[in-house]
Design a protein around this ligand. Structure first.
Ligand code: ADP
Length: 257
């Protein structure tokens, strides 16, 4: 019976190795597919502003626009906006590479939540170019201790997504509340929502929901993985509730103290 036991153990070990190898191959395949998608997305994201700038500069050259100050201003402003957009995109990709290697370095300070959220609302509304109705409700948080740059980016990413994945007129509701000595900030939209079967992957780096109409919305799949990294670096977390076709709610929670 000893040899029977040994053969049984050997069989179990062989089976374990077999399934382990299959699982590793599957994971590698998934990572490689995500990277391919990322390269396609980023190529598209980089080419669009470059194409717009080319048109603006050709406009300035071809149509003698320099004689028309209004037209000149418009073309220059367009080029400037596109350069800003490219800068942000490059930062996003470089930051993602840095965080992976070094983690996020936080410089915490006292931040006035109302001021921070009003700033984010103002800049994201202008940036999106869409008609957005914001509702902001603060149920008792005045100050949070957080890294101002990273936490602002977190809120900006979530508000940007709320607007990006919705059709006009967009409704975005931001609420702040205290729950068990945590500051809880919720960003809720009435956009296209996320089918339940994709929800568990949306915080993965490079991941984008593979629903046809979503891919008309530009993106890199880096935003939510950054949001999660920063929330966790603050000792908190981010969760999502979403209904396909109805809307999404992202909830960031960090310790108050
Ligand atoms: P992206 O650059 O693609 O927006 P993110 O990491 O910010 O990358 O988001 C990952 C994916 O999650 C998006 O591609 C999108 O499919 C989905 N998603 C994120 N936020 C929302 C939202 N508010 N409404 C619907 N889908 C969203």
């Amino acid at each position: 019976w000893l040899s029977l036991l040994c053969s049984g153990l050997l069989l179990l070990f062989t089976l374990f190795c077999f399934f382990y190898i299959i699982r590793t191959i599957r994971q590698q395949k998934k990572i490689s597919e995500l990277k391919d998608d990322f390269i396609n997305n980023i190529t598209h994201e980089l080419k669009t502003p470059l194409a717009t700038m080319t048109v603006a500069i050709e406009g300035l050259q071809n149509f003698n626009a320099l004689k028309d100050p209004d037209k000149t201003q418009r073309y220059l402003q367009t080029s400037r906006d596109q350069i800003n957009h490219l800068n942000k995109l490059v930062d996003k990709v470089l930051n993602a590479a840095t965080y992976e290697k070094q983690g996020v370095k936080l410089h915490k300070e006292d931040i006035n939540v109302d001021t921070l959220i009003q700033e984010v609302i103002a800049s994201e509304e202008v940036r999106s170019g869409k008609k957005v109705h914001f509702e902001y409700l603060n149920q008792g948080i005045e100050i949070i201790k957080a890294d101002k740059v990273h936490f602002r980016n977190v809120l900006a990413n979530l508000v940007d997504n709320a607007i990006k994945y919705a059709t006009e007129p967009v409704w975005v509701t931001i609420t702040c509340r205290i729950e068990k000595s945590n500051a809880v900030i919720s960003i809720k939209d009435d956009g296209i929502g996320i089918p339940e079967k994709y929800l568990h992957q949306i915080f993965d780096k490079f991941y984008r929901v593979p629903t046809g109409n979503l891919h008309q919305v530009k993106g890199t799949g880096l935003g939510l993985s950054y949001v999660k990294t920063v929330a966790e670096a603050h000792g908190g977390n981010v969760t999502v509730k979403s209904l396909d076709g109805v809307g999404s709610e992202f909830i960031v929670s960090i310790p108050l103290a």
